[in-house]
Write a protein that binds this ligand. Structure first.
Ligand SMILES: [Zn+2]
Length: 490
């Protein structure tokens, strides 16, 4: 099974857990390094839906974090997008070559490999800015990833990195491409579309200007981020009174969108009540995408499959995504455990369900996480024997959605709701600038709750004894009893 085949298999868990944001991540191997990195995009795109065509100009700021100078810079673009011109920061033409090639690990995955030659090698630590002008069409990547239906059309235009709609600095392998996703950048977008269409993006809307039969929508990144998503359609735009919660919906789903907006509002209020206001929770955007296009989330927005607009049973996905706004900052070396983001969002999702749908909805969700963990442990025992703190090194972060959520359930039961709320509140304040590691979080949890939580952390975070409890049939009360005594002894 090739690497990207397992990426396709990942879409199955995405259906079970449609809130997994970085669909392509599970298979990503450690960063391949040694390429330059993109630190900023200034992207202008003119979409011509009648002709299923776009023209674009990407001004890209590059930096070289490596020890070796870089002269040849590879970019990947969608197979039907071609570079027309390349320029350096002074506007002088740069040499480039391009060819449609197969990804080295998946021959059906064809990309336009553009290799740019800088005038001077970019020295270690150096920064430069280049511009790529490109144009062409996009007709999805169904041959490799069933959900990538991205296309330029009058009904719907969807441009995502999954379809390489903008240049990704990577070599032609999935490993290199996924490593590129690891780089954070800022952006400015300027998207021009016919006046009949509204352009949606998860970034901060800056302004809209009217042209001749067209409108140009400008957006900027809210925080350094890892992807840009652009959608254009005859959207209905719904906003709450404060204007910070926004839903872009297709006209036929306006009613469902009204409900989603209400859900966004009440779950934001609920988390604020429980955990205090979050500096990160200042805005949230939901953008409806055509059914089957794969829901995805990034900073402060979600591309939500049309199905979720019609099915109220999928509201919990939004609880999860908005829950991410109450995440603390994690140290780079522990991020890939996914515990500091996914365990919390998954557990918050469950407690929001209890608040709005009752205890049974909570119990069902937690039971589902547990069953999923059991099944992963059966498939591969490493899922059970690897401590949460080691998930990053072992690429087992998907367990943070399941066992990770349970670790917080147990912690919540040990310290009570009030204690748990204060732990979240304090760690968000403590780790909003300075990032947290597991021991940092343990210190906060212990000092806030005034309890000795060492046995809990030893068995749930730094060790794997907890897997036996979870795979076995111990009840939550039985599990918690084990730690309550130890915790109270202090
Ligand atoms: Zn998530």
């Amino acid at each position: 099974m090739s690497i990207s085949r397992s990426g396709i298999a990942l879409l199955i868990p995405v259906l079970l857990f449609p809130t997994i944001p970085r669909q392509l991540w599970g298979q990503r191997v450690a960063a391949s390094g040694d390429l330059a990195k993109v630190t900023r995009y200034e992207l202008r795109v003119r979409i011509n839906p009648a002709e299923e065509h776009l023209t674009a100009s990407a001004q890209i700021t590059l930096s070289n974090p490596n020890a070796e100078p870089q002269r040849e810079i590879p970019f990947l673009l969608y197979r039907l997008l071609a570079v027309d011109a390349a320029q350096d920061e002074k506007g002088a033409a740069l040499a480039f070559r391009q060819a449609v090639v197969s990804m080295s690990d998946e021959k059906n995955w064809q990309v336009n490999l553009v290799t740019l030659t800088l005038r001077e090698p970019l020295p270690p630590g150096g920064t430069t800015r280049i511009t790529l002008k490109y144009s062409g069409a996009i007709f999805g990547y169904r041959e490799v990833m069933g959900y990538v239906l991205d296309h330029i059309g009058e009904d719907y235009t969807l441009l995502r990195p999954d379809a390489l709609a903008y240049p990704m600095l990577a070599g032609p392998s999935s490993q290199s491409l996924f490593a590129a996703y690891d780089t954070l950048f800022t952006y400015e977008l300027e998207i021009t579309a016919p006046t009949s269409m509204i352009v949606a993006c998860g970034g901060l809307p800056v302004e809209v200007s009217v042209g001749d039969g067209t409108e140009t929508f400008r957006f900027a990144s809210r925080v350094p981020t890892w992807r840009m998503d652009i959608a254009a359609a005859k959207f209905k735009v719904l906003k709450n009174d404060a204007g910070n919660l926004v839903v872009y919906a297709l006209p036929e789903d306006e009613a469902g969108a009204g409900n989603l907006l209400k859900e966004m509002q009440r779950v934001t209020e609920f988390y604020t009540l429980r955990f205090g206001p979050s500096k990160r929770a200042t805005a949230y955007t939901v953008i409806e995408i055509p059914e089957g296009s794969g829901s995805q989330a990034s900073d402060f927005y979600i591309l939500q499959d049309a199905g979720a607009f019609k099915d109220p049973k999928r509201t919990h996905e939004l609880y999860h995504e908005i829950g991410h706004s109450w995440n603390m900052k994690a140290k780079p070396e522990v991020r890939r455990t996914r515990w500091f983001d996914e365990a919390f969002a998954s557990y918050f999702e469950a407690i929001a369900l209890r608040e709005f749908a009752g205890q049974k909805a909570f119990d069902d969700r937690m039971a589902r996480y547990r069953e999923r963990f059991r099944s992963e442990a059966r498939k591969n025992s490493r899922n059970a024997t690897t401590p949460i703190s080691e998930y990053g090194k072992e690429e087992l972060g998907d367990n943070s959605y399941t066992k990770g959520a349970w670790s917080l359930y147990v912690l919540n039961q040990i310290v009570g709701d009030e204690g748990f709320n204060r732990i979240i509140q304090t760690s968000m304040a403590e780790f909003s600038e300075r990032p947290a590691g597991f021991s940092d979080f343990q210190s906060v949890a212990e000092s806030v709750s005034k309890r000795d939580l060492s046995r809990f952390f030893k068995e749930w975070i730094f060790g794997a004894e907890s897997s036996d409890l979870l795979v076995g049939d111990a009840s939550i009360q039985e599990i918690v009893e084990r730690y309550r005594e130890a915790a109270a002894k202090n």
